[in-house]
Ligand binder design. Structure first.
Ligand code: CP
Length: 320
């Protein structure tokens, strides 16, 4: 694995390798000293052209737990504001010796451009590009689902809300279907993308019916900042038709879980009672994000290491 750009690129075995590696590397968090020497001497650059809390911080924590040197670049306050291009920014970071670049960008496809243009020779990890993909979010969601539901084969997962603008939904539909789950998207017709009928999932407009007996529900943030038109009549109307409250959460199967990638619009797509309730795994998702991002960095950089023949497996690295 040289780059991680999209969950659509992952086979079932590759996805399971990342999840199993995350489980091994995550064991380090139980230790007093939460650090492994695995990526000592490597440099990871977090290149963030768009705001982020969870993804940026967890990639930073993941790289540091593997002893990599970490440089975090935010477009705000950089020479991007003077008009510097993605190419010149990338060349500058490459010149500083980056071994991996973790990129979040408002433009769909920016990480692909970086990985395949020849501008940089390092590994590229997509940390969310426009409305396209957010592969590490989907991997941490799958990791969390596996922790609670064990096998994902045949499990019913409902993804609800602003699918049109959601890179999380795209990455999850691809990954969860690869892992054998049955995914149903629920959204107002205005918030479903053209061509959704070709995705490997079912589509519904009836949230109550979709939630009945489901094993998990993932609520999506309504992305007001990407909306340039009125996609629904009012916040109240959206919440009434597509919001998750206690009554709706009770329709889920016993043991079912509630996920949200964050940041949440409490009171809109999810009520505070449900977000903080017993079915919610939203905080666990954040914790698992560090383990999954450790696994991704370990695998992309491990695969490129000159001395990879002597590299220990994730299990050996944690046990050492
Ligand atoms: N889920 C997610 O990508 O959150 P951030 O935008 O805070 O990174």
């Amino acid at each position: 694995m040289r780059h991680l750009l999209s969950t659509s690129d992952l086979t079932r075995d590759e996805a399971l390798l990342i999840l199993d590696t995350a489980a091994e590397l995550g064991r380090v968090t139980d230790r007093a000293v939460k650090k492994l020497p695995t990526l000592r001497g490597r440099t990871v650059v977090n290149l963030f052209f768009e705001d982020s809390t969870r993804t940026r911080i967890s990639f930073e924590a993941a790289a540091k737990r593997l002893s990599a040197d970490v440089i975090t670049f935010s477009a705000k306050g950089s020479s991007v504001s003077k008009g510097e291009s993605l190419k010149d920014t990338a060349l500058t970071l490459e010149a500083m010796g980056a071994d991996a670049v973790v990129v979040r960008h408002h433009a769909s496809g920016a990480p692909y451009r970086l990985a395949h243009s020849g501008w940089v020779g390092c590994s590229v990890v997509n940390a969310g590009d426009g409305t396209h993909e957010h592969p590490t979010q989907a991997l941490l969601d799958a990791f969390t689902l596996r922790e609670h539901l064990r096998e994902l084969e045949g499990r019913r997962v409902v993804i609800v809300g602003d699918v049109l603008h959601s890179r999380v939904a795209r990455s999850n539909v691809a990954l969860l279907s690869t892992l054998g789950a049955q995914v149903t998207l629920v959204a107002p017709p205005t918030l479903l993308p053209v061509g959704v009928d070709t995705w490997p999932c079912a589509v519904s407009y009836d949230l109550d019916a979709a939630l009945e007996g489901a094993d998990a529900v993932m609520m999506l943030r309504v992305q007001n900042e990407r909306m340039n038109a009125a996609y629904f009549p009012s916040t109240h109307e959206y919440s009434r038709r597509y919001g998750l409250d206690t009554r709706r959460a009770a329709l889920l199967a016993d043991g079912a879980i509630v996920l949200h990638p964050g940041p949440m619009n409490r009171g809109m797509e999810i009520s505070a009672d449900v977000a903080d309730g017993p079915r919610s795994v939203i905080v666990e998702q954040v914790t698992n994000g560090v383990s999954v991002r450790m696994a991704v960095l370990y695998l992309v950089l491990g695969a490129r290491a000159e001395d990879s023949a002597g590299e220990a497996s994730a299990a050996e690295a944690v046990s050492a």
